[in-house]
Design a protein around this ligand. Sequence first.
Ligand code: ACO
Ligand code: OAA
Length: 371
Amino acid sequence: MTSTRGLEGVVATQSSISSIIDDTLTYVGYNIDDLAENASFEEVVYLLWHQRLPKEDELAELKQQLADAMDVPQEVYDHFRTYPINDVHPMAALRTAVSLLGLYDEKAEDMSDEANYQKAIKLQAKIATLVTAFARIRDGKEPVRPKSDLSYAANFLYMLNGQEPEAIEEEAFNKALVLHADHELNASTFTARVCVATLSDMYSGVTAAIGALKGPLHGGANEQVMKMLTEIGTPENVEPYIQSKLDNKEKIMGFGHRVYRKGDPRAKHLREMSEKLTKLRGEEDLYKMSIKIEELVTGQKNLPPNVDFYSASVYHALGIQHDLFTPIFAVSRVSGWIAHILEQYANNRLIRPRADYTGPGLQTYVPVSER
Ligand SMILES: CC(=O)SCCNC(=O)CCNC(=O)[C@H](O)C(C)(C)COP(=O)(O)OP(=O)(O)OC[C@H]1O[C@@H](n2cnc3c(N)ncnc32)[C@H](O)[C@@H]1OP(=O)(O)O
Ligand SMILES: O=C([O-])CC(=O)C(=O)O
């Protein structure tokens, strides 16, 4: 048996949801550039779940279903209040809260197509409420109920801030959600598929995926990028800070990718948004620092920025607390996880690779008193 470290280059399944071919990302055949410029997040959710774009009435129905399902049981809010709330990372809270949601869904263990579709709606709708309610409760505020006439993106910002977003904020947040929705067999999506391939339920699959997304080599990188920008502080400090990291062979968060070689096609959209929003907020230095970091890291290491790099300054400019960046990634990516979970159920086989054993040869057991 031969093994590949990190399963690099291994094709582990067939999928018709998203593809990365020659550094071009598509969702069900639609180029991400096209979707980022034109689509609402709800359209993308429909596209990923049904493998086609919705007609007007289908889109309206999905929007209504999502808006109607956003409320979460009171017990979940009460549970948040029992956490050592200021020491809990919102991704850890979200992982626990999604698992808890499953306890209050009487259809959680029903594996029929109809029940799974209902779970999909509930998870996509309620994850926005969980993230925003947790953020407000830890700040000593009451959760804000969703408004059924707002888009998914606007509702998220409304539930977070207690006031409706400006058009430019809604547009930027919608675009960020579209850009993060799916990405072939990334680590968290693979985790979700491995979990449900045992025929476990959708709440388990999404809970497992949140755990995988949380790590700084995956979705957790966006928060780390912001930490780095905060540490650097000014454009003048970029050179010495980054050069010393590169010289010490330390990783620069938000750069590099397992699949892309020439660059992540999502980064340019986020770079543009970062420029626009940081200017609007009088935080141009953040953008200037980001550009300088990119010049140095890409120039010296030939590592282009990934989706997490410019999303950090975009979310900061939208006034979002830094430890909510990765939960926001989950709010979008749950749409992709669900699409992959449904695809896995539809053509399931247990996912169980082998390991190339490198431990000691056969040993004889020695009783503890004789060791
Ligand atoms: C949504 C997402 O998940 S996008 C990715 C988010 N993660 C990050 O931004 C974290 C920083 N980036 C990384 O850690 C990596 O580039 C990953 C995890 C994304 C991809 O990793 P892999 O394909 O496994 O590459 P690996 O980590 O083996 O790196 C290969 C080489 O490039 C270097 N390298 C890779 N990324 C970086 C980086 N960000 N900064 C500096 N050097 C890097 C490694 O040090 C290694 O160098 P070496 O061969 O001299 O030892
Ligand atoms: O595909 C990956 O390995 C990571 C990534 O960019 C994503 O999940 O969006």
